[in-house]
Design a protein around this ligand. Structure first.
Ligand SMILES: Cc1cc2nc3c(=O)[nH]c(=O)nc-3n(C[C@H](O)[C@H](O)[C@H](O)COP(=O)(O)O)c2cc1C
Length: 425
């Protein structure tokens, strides 16, 4: 059925009403202290996006225990000593009329252990991660139970700090996603094997979180629409839709659709990869890679970029085909993220009934006022999906590193915000 809503029509997630249907998707900010405490820089980052009238901000992935931490300087919700800073962040966003969810995750096998002060990594099973060269060990049953408990405690912490909701990150090959996917979950116990067993970790996390935060606190999920794991036992859309239906049955309030694991070529951030490898080696986590991998990548950088340009090529609205399969069968709001940063493409996604809400990540880095600019028919800086921001997490702050777009952004942010046309549509 055709959707008659505009990008600026209100929509409800659980008991929370958003004043529009374009939200900011999670991006690791690299703006926190080394231990993951909120800083003035992080608050300013989100104030800019809130000033732009953005109906909902989702923070970058925040870890709930030390094994779950992916990169230095990312947000952490692992301890009560973080609540004070988190409260300052939510207050700053609320004062500007914004709403903010925390995204909670566990990095599992998709992080280099050394930069975050670990010597090893954990995963559902001991399956080698080829893109970073990480060999994790399998979690014990006791550790699984501990993770469920810690996830729920972290969600409660976020509620106490004033967040308007929590997003459970069950996508991109991180821990929960790793449990769902047969390629990464080879367990023989009650958490591996059948569909019911592979979904158990996610369901137990959801139930533990719900118990902590109560029935009225909005909880949403980020889930792949496809694992994009060619020649491996990845999940296809039909099975992921079944997972979403099960979560809807137990009470999840909304679901954001994305795709891919690291080893599928990070198809969740499809973009233009020319120059990516050299940038990552120089300005990102490259120096922390094993020497043979770093040297090899340096020698073959143009080939590596070329490979990524093939398997993780940009296209407008690159997850819409998956999202629409979820929208067909779910009653809760379906959010689609990926390659949507023009008003026309976003409105078309709603008009086609592909999703109920559009999420934007890199577009908000290029233009923190994206929402207000669209509302007022103003042309703001446009993300080119050059992925230079994606080459830097953990080392350099989340920002726009396309020189031309960054210059436009700086100029825009210097202008007074409200001297704009009033013909909001
Ligand atoms: C620098 C960077 C950091 C990201 N960090 C996260 C994250 O913390 N959690 C997450 O779910 N996705 C993360 N993503 C993926 C985005 O949320 C989004 O799914 C992806 O970029 C596609 O959306 P876009 O085309 O609007 O950028 C990140 C992407 C980028 C570029």
């Amino acid at each position: 059925m055709k959707n008659t809503q505009t990008l600026f029509s209100p929509i409800t997630i659980g008991k929370l009403t958003l004043n529009g249907r374009v939200i900011k998707s999670a991006m690791v900010e690299t703006l926190c202290s080394k231990e993951g405490f909120v800083t003035a820089g992080l608050i300013e980052h989100y104030q800019q996006i809130a000033r732009g009238g953005t109906p909902l901000i989702i923070t970058g992935a925040a870890n709930y225990n030390s094994y779950g931490r992916g990169v230095p300087h990312q947000l952490s919700v692992d301890n009560d000593d973080k609540i004070e800073g988190l409260s300052k962040l939510t207050q700053a966003v609320h004062e500007l009329g914004g709403k903010i969810f925390a995204q909670i995750y566990h990095t599992s096998r998709q992080a280099l252990p050394a930069p975050v002060g670990r010597t090893d990594a954990v995963a559902p099973s001991a399956v080698y991660e080829p893109s970073l060269g990480v060999s994790p060990r399998a979690l014990t049953l006791t550790e699984i139970k501990q993770n469920i408990l810690e996830f729920a405690q972290a969600a409660k912490r976020c509620q106490l700090a004033g967040f308007d909701g929590v997003q459970i990150h069950a996508a991109h090959g991180y821990l929960i996603s790793g449990f769902l996917t047969p390629h990464t979950n080879r367990r023989k116990d009650q958490y591996g094997g059948s569909f019911d067993n592979r979904i158990r970790f996610l369901l137990e996390i959801y139930q533990a979180v719900r118990k902590e935060v109560g029935a009225d606190f909005p909880l949403i999920l980020k889930l792949n629409g496809s694992d994009d794991l060619l020649f491996r036992k990845g999940l296809r859309t039909s099975e992921l839709v079944k997972i979403a239906l099960r979560l809807e049955q137990v009470g999840i309030d909304g679901i954001e659709i994305t795709a891919g694991h690291y080893e599928s070529g990070t198809t969740f951030s499809r973009g233009r990869w020319s120059g990516f490898t050299k940038t990552m080696l120089k300005h990102g986590l490259g120096p922390s890679l094993a020497p043979f991998r770093r040297i090899g990548m340096g020698l073959f950088a143009p080939l590596v970029d070329c490979y990524f340009n093939k398997i993780s090529k940009f296209s407008v609205g690159f997850n819409l085909n998956y999202a629409k399969e979820f929208t067909k069968v779910l009653s809760i709001p379906v959010i689609c993220v990926g390659g949507l940063n023009t008003k026309q493409a976003m409105q078309q996604a709603l008009d086609n009934g592909d999703c109920d809400i559009v999420a934007v990540a890199r577009g908000f880095i290029a233009d923190p006022y994206l929402y207000r600019n669209m509302q007022q028919n103003m042309a703001g800086p446009q993300c080119t999906y050059c992925n230079k921001c994606f080459a830097r997490p953990g080392v350099q702050p989340l920002n726009c590193y396309d020189p031309k777009v960054a210059a436009q952004r700086t100029a825009m942010l210097k202008q007074p915000l409200f001297i704009q046309k009033s013909d909001a549509s």
